[in-house]
Ligand binder design. Structure first.
Ligand SMILES: [Zn+2]
Length: 592
């Protein structure tokens, strides 16, 4: 199981909208798959090239490299703080990445799917630099929308060329660009269209709207530029172009190839250089790609098109690249947007909640829980502090935390260990059956990346266990210790099962509950931040982890009577109700 989580862009710290769209869902999925016995490889990294980094660097008085270094480190720390179990989280400015991108580019070129064309390029009159497509704004020639960008219209979704825009102007300073002739390479997507449509026709289990949208997109493809006039990016591996000062591979081509390059880097770092092939050239492997909805066609059409071309499988034929025949995506999991007061998070308008601030105040699992239970899985969803506080207090603290606390406390006080069960009643058996069955129900939902329904089912068992405890009243069974111990044993078995069911969602809390139940060792493994370097350049952090060492398995494991229990400490603290009104002091003011 290859899990490909979208690559965050190194132009600033990540906000909670970003991580709700790709990172947390990908991690929940990967953790579940590992627990269910799959060999998971979860890869991603920071996307660090392109004009937007150059623009950010200019604004901060840094070089592009310094800006990339700065935000890569911040992003890595945030993702580690969230407990995202990447086998490798790397970056696009490595030598390995450049080599992999160049090999893919070269094979697409050799197979005839990357061809050079002269075109008109936009130059800023004030700086003499190329003005990238996305920094040009104007009126869409197709639908008339007046906020269309030079690369695409967000209103009608069509790909555009900046020269097509009516009244083009710079989004940076408003000036009108000069259009001058420049030569670039283009990915010949029309030559891949038939193969793409044929392949999309085999994706029968994708969500219907994703197939429909992608198939329409694949029918009407135009050649897409894969190089730019820019000095920040991967060099073009074609004779006469490699040393050109202002020619680089376009950032989108470079970023989407990161899934492959990160897999290759991971294999090298674990000392098995060919191990990546098990996930990329293996008919028995599956690949799941996680992204926001604005990135769907890159993963359903353009990246598969690049793979088809590099494999030599489009209408021009060809031979496979040095990587062999690479596998196309099995499944695409896209999220909608997390909004604030009805609009997208926006750093520029100061309408943003940064992951870092959130983690410092509330820890990772409250956010992970909120994203799973109330996140933008199927539709744009508004984040509100009142909803967050309500869910933490009533669902995590009152329901789940309290179930753990009172069952472990009573067992600790009365027995000092997990009690032995006597004869079971129908009520006992009903609860045990429900928590056992949930492994099938929740597991099937997680297989299909239905996170909201999956966590809802897990929390339903938590409610059943709470009701069981309240109805059976073990605290009134002083005169019948055998019955009391049986109830507590059954309740603790349900707690253990619920904890396993909730582990992919809340791995940090799961570790604590595991220990509260007398468990030792690593239940749910966490990513480690490792400093690495190449060729004497400054060191930089990557995330890796020894997830094979964790004990969590997707099954109901019988608890062992006699296991000593200590007095438990609360798993989730209740939040001040007042926080629900405006959020913490650092939060922008949000209204419901
Ligand atoms: Zn349009």
């Amino acid at each position: 199981m290859l899990t490909c989580a979208a690559w965050p862009y190194a132009n600033g710290p990540r906000h909670i909208g970003h991580v709700s769209g790709f990172a947390v869902p990908a991690d929940v999925f990967s953790r579940y798959q590992r627990m269910a016995g799959k060999d998971v490889l979860m890869v991603s990294g920071t996307d660090e090239h392109g004009t937007a980094i150059q623009v950010k660097a200019d604004g901060e008085g840094l070089t592009a490299r310094e800006t990339a270094d700065k935000y890569h480190r911040i992003i890595v720390e945030d993702l580690q703080g969230l407990g995202l179990s990447y086998d490798l989280y790397t970056r696009t400015t490595t030598l390995n990445h450049a080599e992999v991108v160049q090999e893919l580019f070269r094979s697409l070129h050799d197979n005839g799917y990357v061809v050079a064309h002269k075109q008109l390029g936009a130059i800023s009159p004030s700086t003499g630099r190329t003005l990238a497509d996305r920094y040009i704004e104007g009126t869409c020639p197709i639908c008339g929308y007046d906020g269309a960008r030079g690369d695409q219209c967000d209103n009608c979704g069509n790909q555009l060329d900046p020269i097509d825009l009516i009244n083009p102007h710079s989004r940076i300073n408003g000036e009108v660009p000069n259009f001058v002739e420049t030569e670039h390479f283009f990915l010949d997507l029309p030559a891949l269209s038939d193969a793409l449509q044929e392949w999309l026709g085999t994706r029968t289990d994708w969500r219907p709207n994703v197939i429909r949208f992608s198939t329409e997109f694949a029918k009407d493809l135009k050649p897409r530029a894969v190089t730019r006039d820019l000095d920040w990016g991967v060099r073009i591996p074609i004779e006469g172009w490699t040393d050109a000062d202002m020619k680089r591979i376009y950032v989108w081509f470079d970023a989407v190839t990161g899934y492959l390059s990160a897999s290759v880097e991971w294999a090298r770092r674990v000392g098995r250089p060919d191990a990546w092939k098990d996930w990329w050239t293996n008919a028995g492997a599956e690949s799941y790609y996680f992204m926001g909805k604005d990135n769907i066609t890159f993963h359903t059409v353009i990246w598969p098109g690049m793979l088809i071309g590099a494999n030599g499988e489009g209408s021009r034929g060809g031979t496979p690249s040095a990587f062999g025949v690479l596998d196309l995506p099995t499944e695409i999991v896209s999220s909608e947007f997390l909004t604030m007061s009805g609009s997208k998070f926006s750093s520029s308008r100061n309408k943003v909640i940064y992951v870092r601030d959130f983690l410092a105040e509330f820890g990772p699992d409250a956010l992970r829980y909120y994203i799973a239970v109330a996140g933008p899985e199927n539709q744009d969803t508004d984040f509100t502090w009142s909803e967050f506080v309500r869910r933490v207090n009533f669902e995590l603290a009152n329901e789940w935390g309290n179930l753990v606390n009172r069952s472990v406390s009573m067992a600790h006080k009365n027995v000092g260990a997990i009690p032995t069960a006597g004869e079971l009643t129908d009520e006992d058996r009903a609860l045990l059956a429900a928590s056992k069955e949930a492994f099938t129900t929740v597991g099937e939902l997680l297989e299909r990346a239905r996170f909201k329904q999956a966590i809802g089912e897990a929390m339903r068992v938590v409610s059943l266990a709470n009701k069981y405890l309240s109805d059976s009243e073990p605290w009134k069974k002083k005169d019948d210790p055998v019955r009391r111990d049986t109830i507590l044993h059954v309740a603790l078995q349900a707690v253990a099962d619920c904890n396993t069911l909730l582990t992919p969602f809340m791995p940090h809390a799961a570790q604590k509950v595991h220990e509260a139940l007398g468990g030792t060792g690593v239940w749910a493994a966490q990513p480690e931040l490792i400093e690495v370097e190449e060729e004497g350049a400054p060191s930089y952090p990557v995330l890796m982890g020894d997830y094979a060492a964790e004990a969590a398995r997707w099954a109901s494991v019988p608890i062992v009577a006699g296991t000593p229990l200590a007095k438990p400490s609360p798993i989730f603290a209740k939040l001040d109700e007042k926080l629900g009104e405006t959020g913490p002091a650092w939060s922008p003011v949000l209204t419901d």
